[in-house]
Design a binder for this molecule. Structure first.
Ligand code: SF4
Ligand code: SF4
Length: 338
């Protein structure tokens, strides 16, 4: 039985839509990702499931939660009503370009008891949001007495010297930071290379023959880990790291009878080798090599999600995730030609 009766540490993704399309985004968020924001009914249902899962606090993320401030206020209010503490709200700070608006948002959130803002700052975000905006937002939070932290402050120093008020291309960042900054930053973060970050692993990682990846491939118990899970705007539980897979949170907390989500069960019990067996029966032909088992898993699931558009598919696959993961990531000139 698939179940997660005790939730440990998680966040609510109020949307998938984002003004940015960062190359490391595990959830493949973007300006073209399906629009929509968690609604009050779903939020109340999620809060009920979180309570049944014995979790006392969560964070809010996206997408970019501040694309719909009224929606964000609703989500914060529903958490409060349910007695669930809000640890922080994640944002890329794009809205700090309007100082008066930013001040009023900060005041509202502080008044609602939102714990803090987690403000993104790194070279990936700098391609979409001028890195002066996170700094400005942090200053406005400080003035208003709302806690905040830059995620991650360590990336600020290397960016200094670039114009704070404009975005910067990959080529500029390669010249200013180092030619392989994309791979280096992923290492500094300790990123899981799922979602749009599959491209980073494919561009920079070594590749391994299929036989080596499948040899003694373990099952995937992390699919029921609640160490850093998310719940999306439709009330689906997303396991830590294995994005593109999801199960209804309410069902998971109450326990799911065997057979309802066969692909999820296959991976949980048999790992990527068992998934390959399932997909081969539906016409998937693997390549000769992949940079990792999880990368192979991503491509098998992408195939099955695409196939699901023509025949009965798997409800546990997020159909929008795979195409969005493969969009937007541009490769370097030398690597494209070499
Ligand atoms: S990492 Fe954050 S800011 Fe970047 S695309 Fe994803 S959700 Fe948007
Ligand atoms: S093989 Fe797939 S399910 Fe297993 S840990 Fe990797 S991404 Fe997750």
């Amino acid at each position: 039985m698939l179940s997660a009766k005790n939730l440990y540490h998680g966040g609510i993704m109020v949307n998938y839509r984002c003004n940015a399309a960062c190359r490391h985004c595990l959830y493949a968020c973007s300006p073209t990702r399906t629009a929509g924001y968690i609604d009050r009914g779903t939020m109340a249902g999620v809060c009920g499931a979180l309570r049944r899962g014995n979790i006392g606090s969560v964070h809010i993320g996206g997408g970019e939660p501040f694309l719909d401030f009224d929606g964000l206020v609703m989500a914060v209010t529903e958490l409060k009503k349910a007695g669930i503490q809000l640890d922080y709200v994640e944002t890329n700070a794009f809205w700090a370009q309007d100082t008066a608006l930013a001040r009023s948002y900060i005041r509202t959130l502080a008044g609602l008891g939102a714990g803090a803002l987690c403000i993104s700052l790194d070279p990936y975000h700098a391609e979409y949001v001028p890195y002066g905006l996170p700094l400005r937002l942090a200053q406005l939070c400080e003035e208003a007495g709302l806690d905040c932290f830059l995620w991650k402050r360590q990336f600020l120093r290397p960016l200094l010297g670039l114009d704070q008020d404009s975005v910067h291309s990959r080529a500029e960042l390669e010249e200013h930071l180092r030619p392989d900054y994309i791979s280096a930053v992923a290492g500094d973060y300790g990123l899981r290379l799922g979602g749009r970050a599959v491209n980073i692993e494919e561009e920079y990682g070594p590749s391994w023959p299929l036989e080596k990846l499948l040899d003694k491939a373990p099952p995937c118990p992390d699919l029921l880990s609640t160490g850093h899970f998310h719940v999306d705007l439709e009330g689906y539980f997303i396991p830590p790291g294995c994005t593109g897979l999801r199960l209804p949170l309410a069902e998971l907390v109450d326990g799911i009878p065997p057979g309802k989500y066969p692909l999820y069960e296959t991976l949980f019990e048999g790992g990527v080798a068992a998934l390959l067996g399932l997909a081969a029966g539906r016409g998937f032909v693997p390549g000769r090599s992949y940079p990792s088992r999880c990368n192979l898993c991503f491509h098998i699931r992408a195939f099955l999600a695409g196939e699901g558009r023509h025949s009965p598919g798997f409800a546990e696959l997020d159909g929008n995730h795979y195409g969005e993961s493969l969009k937007y990531y541009t490769r370097g000139e030398t690597r494209e030609s070499g």
